[in-house]
Design a protein around this ligand. Structure first.
Ligand code: ADP
Ligand code: MG
Length: 765
C-alpha cells in the first residue's frame, strides 16, 4: 500500500471527518507543496473560490449520505497560485466498530481534458448563437434620445489617433462575446467610444439618464445622477486609471464591470471597460433597482430573464480580448504620437531646409538627392534639373570635382566629421562662383548613406578680399615708387648740381686753355662724361617728376608723326612699325619732348623684346571712363582720355617682371644693356601729367602699353597760361637766378639755354 502511495502520480490524502488533512502523499510535491506542512489544514482551503460552493455542497452530501466513492470535480490550487482541474474520489476509512473515522481522497489531474472540453463547448456556443449584428448598428449612438457622447470629446488623443470606426470594430471584438456594454474613456473622462449593446444595459442607462432631468449631455454628466455613467466612469474607469491596473466592480445596474487602463509611452492615457455577467434575478435586488432607477419591476424582471447568460470561459475570453484591445489601442496611440512628433520635427527641418539662406543638399554616391531652393537660386538650375544627377554638373571641371570628392572632402568624411572646403561651382549660365562647402555624413559610420552639405556663395567675399589685396599691393607699390622717387630725385638733384659745377668749371678751364694745349683733350673728355651723366640724372629727375617741363596744348597725332622717322631708325629695319592714328583726337596738355621720351623708351623696349623679325604698333585714340568702369578698374579715374598705345609681338612678360616693371633700376637685361630706368621715366612722366598706364602682357604673347593722358578741356585758359613759345630771348632782359648751390652761382650762366635742366634747377626746390 505504502508502495502504491509513493509511486502514484495521483494525489493521495487522508482527512478527518471535517476535511482536515491528517496525511498527504508525496505526489503533493508535484503541486509545489511540502506534504508535512499541509497536515492540519482543511482541504477546502485549496479549492478554487468559484468551485467552492459546489464542492462544499458535494462534501456535505458525501458525509451525510455516506456516498462512498463519490466523484467531485473542482479546481485545486497549486503552491504557486495556479489552479488545476482535479477529479477526486472520496472513500471512508472505518474504525474497528465499522464507523467512518477518516476519509481517503484520491485525486487525478484532468486539466488537459477539461480545457479540451471547454474549447469544444466554446466552439459549440459560438456556432449555436445568433450573430450579434446589433452591435454595429448601435455603435453610432448611445441612445437615440441623447445622441453620441463621443461628440463631447475634447480633442482626446485616443479618439483622434484611432478614430471612431476603428474603436467600434475593436469594441465589437469583445462585445460580440458578451453582448453587454462598453466604454473607452480618454484620461480626462471624455468618451472616445461608448455602446450599450444589451437590452438590460440600454434600459438601465436610459432610465438613469432620465433621472438627470436635462436633455443636455454635459449637464447630465455633471449632475451626478447618471447612475450608469457614474459606475462606468467614476467607480470603475477612474479607479483603474488611479491604480494603473485592472479593476472589477459590481455596477449600479446590477451587473459586473471590468476596466483596464490603456498605456502609451508608460503613461495611462485612458481606460477601456465593459459590463458582463447576468442581471440579478433576485426579486429583492430587482425591486431595489426598480426603485433607484424609477423603473417598473415587471419590465426589469422580463429584461433580466431575457438575458442570454454567458459561461465563465466566454467571460474570461472577453476579458483577455479587452486586455489585448487596451494594449493595441495604447500601441497605436504611441505609434501615432511618435509619427506626429516625427512629422513635426520633419516639418521643422523642412521649413529650415526651404527657407535657409544657404544652399542645402544631399548626395549619395555623389548623385544629388535633395536640393533646397537657395541652392537652385545659386546655381541657376531647377530642382528637377539637379536631382538624380551627378554632382559633377555643378563643377567647372573634373579637377574641382575630384578635389572635393576624392581629396579633401573624402578625408573629412573619413574622419567622421563635419568639414569645410572651398571650391568653385559653375552656374547653369557658365558663370563660375566661389563656394564654401560644409558637409557631414548622414550616417557617421556608414558613408554609403550619403552626405548632407551646405553651400555658401562666397564669390563676393573672395572678390572683395582679392580687391583689398590688390589695393593694398597698389598702395604699397605707389608708396615704394614715391619713396624711391624722392630718393632718386634728391640724389639726382645734388648730383646734378655737382655736374653743373664740373661742367661749368670745365667750360671755364677750356676757355682759359690754348687749343694746342695737351689738357684740352682731357678737359673735353671730362665735359663729355659729365654731359652723359647729366643725361642719366635727367632721367631720374623725370621719374621723380622733378624734370623741368614746358607743357602746352598738343595734338598727340602730330607729335607722334613728327618723331616716327626717328623711331624707325631707333628700332632698325627688321621691325615693322605700324602707325594707327585715331581720328579727331582731343588735345592734351603736355611737354611734347616727354612724348618723344615715352615713345623712345617704349619702342626700344619693344625692339629688345623681339628677336628677329617682328611688328610694333603705335596707336592713338579716345577713351571715356565712367564711374562704373572705374569701380571695376582700380586706379582709373572717370573722365575723357587720349590713348597712346605701343604694342609689340615680342617675348611678353611674366608676372614677376610685370610686378616690378616701373621700378627704377629694374631690368632683366644683361649688365651694360639695360639701365632699368626707361619705364621708370615713362611712369614718372605719365603721373606728372595726371595720366595712367596699363600694361597687358603674357609670356610669348607680346606686350601692349596703354597710356591714358587726360583730355585738355579748357583750351582758352591753357592758351593764356602757356603762351606760344618764342625764340630764345637772349636780349637785354635781366634773369633772376635762384640757386641753392653756391658753386653753381659762381658759374657763368651764358650757356644755359640748351640744357634747361641745369640752369633752372632751382625752380623745384
Ligand atoms: P631696361 O629696358 O633698361 O631693362 P625698362 O625700365 O625700360 O629698363 O624695362 C624694364 C624691364 O621691363 C625690361 O628689362 C624688360 O624685362 C621689361 N620690358 C619692358 N618693356 C618690355 C616689352 N615691350 N616686352 C618685354 N619686356 C619688356
Ligand atoms: Mg628700356
Amino acid at each position: 500500500m505504502q508502495n502504491i502511495i509513493d509511486t502514484t502520480s495521483d494525489l493521495v490524502a487522508v482527512t478527518d471527518m471535517e476535511g482536515n488533512f491528517t496525511f498527504l502523499g508525496p505526489s503533493h510535491r508535484f503541486l509545489g507543496y511540502d506534504p508535512d506542512l499541509l497536515v492540519g489544514r482543511n482541504v477546502m482551503e485549496l479549492v478554487h473560490p468559484d468551485d467552492y460552493q459546489e464542492t462544499a455542497t458535494a462534501f456535505a452530501e458525501f458525509l451525510a449520505n455516506r456516498e462512498d466513492g463519490r466523484k467531485v470535480e473542482y479546481r485545486y490550487r497549486r503552491a504557486d497560485g495556479d489552479y488545476l482541474w482535479f477529479e477526486t474520489v472520496g472513500k471512508f476509512i472505518l474504525d474497528d466498530a465499522g464507523n467512518p473515522k477518516e476519509i481517503l481522497f484520491v485525486s487525478r489531474d484532468f486539466t488537459a481534458r477539461k480545457r479540451a472540453e471547454e474549447e469544444l463547448k466554446r466552439i459549440e456556443w459560438m456556432l449555436s448563437r445568433k450573430p450579434n449584428s446589433s452591435i454595429q448598428a448601435q455603435a453610432e449612438n448611445h441612445d437615440q434620445g441623447y445622441g453620441d457622447l463621443t461628440k463631447l470629446n475634447r480633442d482626446g488623443i485616443i479618439l483622434k489617433s484611432i478614430g471612431h470606426e476603428r474603436l467600434k470594430s475593436f469594441a465589437g471584438d469583445y462585445l460580440d462575446l458578451l453582448g453587454t456594454s462598453s466604454a473607452i474613456y480618454e484620461i480626462n473622462g471624455d468618451y472616445a467610444f461608448g455602446i450599450f449593446a444589451s437590452g438590460w444595459c440600454r434600459m438601465m442607462d436610459r432610465a438613469s439618464r432620465n433621472l438627470c432631468n436635462t436633455p443636455d449631455n454635459v449637464e447630465a454628466l455633471n449632475s451626478g445622477r447618471w447612475l450608469c455613467h457614474e459606475s462606468c466612469w467614476t467607480d470603475c474607469a477612474k479607479e483603474a486609471i488611479a491604480k494603473r491596473a485592472e479593476v472589477e466592480i459590481e455596477c449600479n445596474g446590477g451587473i459586473r464591470m471590468y476596466a483596464v487602463p490603456i498605456f502609451a509611452g508608460g503613461n495611462v492615457i485612458g481606460v477601456i471597460n465593459f459590463g458582463y455577467g447576468d442581471p440579478p434575478k433576485d426579486p429583492e435586488k430587482l425591486r431595489m433597482l426598480a426603485d433607484i432607477y424609477h423603473l417598473n419591476y415587471d419590465d426589469l424582471l422580463r429584461e433580466a430573464t431575457a438575458y442570454d447568460s454567458r459561461p465563465s470561459y466566454i467571460i474570461e475570453m472577453a476579458k483577455n480580448r479587452l486586455n489585448s484591445t487596451a494594449k493595441l489601442i495604447g500601441s497605436m496611440v504611441e505609434t501615432k504620437q511618435a509619427m506626429e512628433g516625427l512629422r513635426k520635427s520633419e516639418n521643422y527641418i523642412s521649413s529650415i531646409f526651404r527657407s535657409a539662406p544657404v544652399g542645402i543638399g544631399s548626395v549619395v554616391s555623389r548623385v544629388l538627392q535633395k536640393v533646397n531652393s537657395r541652392l537652385c537660386e545659386m546655381t541657376g538650375y531647377d530642382e528637377t534639373e539637379l536631382i538624380g544627377q551627378s554632382a559633377r554638373m555643378l563643377y567647372p571641371g573634373d579637377e574641382d570635382f575630384e578635389f572635393v570628392g576624392r581629396g579633401k572632402y573624402a578625408q573629412i568624411a573619413d574622419d567622421h566629421a563635419t568639414g569645410m572646403v572651398e571650391t568653385r561651382w559653375q552656374k547653369k549660365n557658365g558663370t563660375i562662383i566661389d563656394i564654401l562647402l560644409s558637409s557631414t555624413p548622414v550616417n557617421l559610420q556608414d558613408h554609403s548613406k550619403g552626405v548632407t552639405f551646405t553651400a555658401v556663395d562666397i564669390t563676393e567675399r573672395k572678390q572683395a578680399e582679392a580687391e583689398k589685396e590688390k589695393l593694398q599691393a597698389q598702395l604699397t607699390q605707389a608708396q615704394k615708387m614715391e619713396s624711391v622717387g624722392r630718393l632718386a630725385g634728391g640724389v639726382a638733384h645734388d648730383f646734378n648740381n655737382m655736374l653743373g659745377v664740373i661742367l661749368g668749371h670745365t667750360e671755364l678751364a677750356l676757355t682759359k686753355t690754348d687749343e694746342d694745349n695737351d689738357l684740352v683733350s682731357n678737359l673735353k673728355e671730362i665735359q663729355k662724361a659729365a654731359k652723359r651723366s647729366a643725361n642719366t640724372t635727367k632721367q631720374l629727375l623725370a621719374f621723380a617728376r622733378k624734370d623741368i617741363i614746358s607743357p602746352k596744348q598738343i595734338d598727340l597725332n602730330d607729335t607722334v608723326e613728327s618723331i616716327l622717322n626717328m623711331l624707325r631708325r631707333l628700332i632698325g629695319e627688321d621691325l615693322d612699325l605700324v602707325w594707327q592714328p585715331g581720328a579727331h583726337l582731343w588735345p592734351v596738355k603736355m611737354d611734347p619732348t616727354q612724348i618723344d621720351q615715352i615713345l623712345a623708351n617704349l619702342c626700344v623696349n619693344a625692339r629688345d623684346a623681339i628677336s628677329g623679325v617682328g611688328k610694333l604698333t603705335i596707336e592713338t585714340g579716345k577713351k571715356t571712363f565712367d564711374q562704373e568702369y572705374c569701380n571695376d578698374h582700380p586706379g582709373f579715374i572717370p573722365g575723357d582720355f587720349v590713348l597712346l598705345a605701343v604694342s609689340d609681338n615680342g617675348s611678353g612678360m611674366d608676372k614677376e617682371t610685370l610686378d616690378n616693371l616701373f621700378e627704377p633700376f629694374f631690368t632683366t637685361k644683361e649688365v651694360g644693356k639695360g639701365t632699368g630706368l626707361g619705364l621708370a621715366t615713362v611712369y614718372g612722366t605719365v603721373k606728372q601729367n595726371n595720366g595712367f598706364i596699363n600694361v597687358y602682357s603674357e609670356p610669348g604673347q607680346g606686350s601692349t602699353f596703354k597710356i591714358y593722358l587726360p583730355r585738355l578741356v579748357d583750351d582758352e585758359q591753357i592758351d593764356k597760361a602757356i603762351p606760344e613759345k618764342k625764340a630764345s630771348a637772349g636780349g637785354t632782359e635781366t634773369i633772376l637766378l635762384v640757386e641753392d648751390e653756391p658753386t653753381i652761382l659762381k658759374n657763368d650762366p651764358d650757356d644755359a639755354g640748351e640744357e634747361r635742366i641745369f640752369s633752372f634747377d632751382g625752380c623745384h626746390t
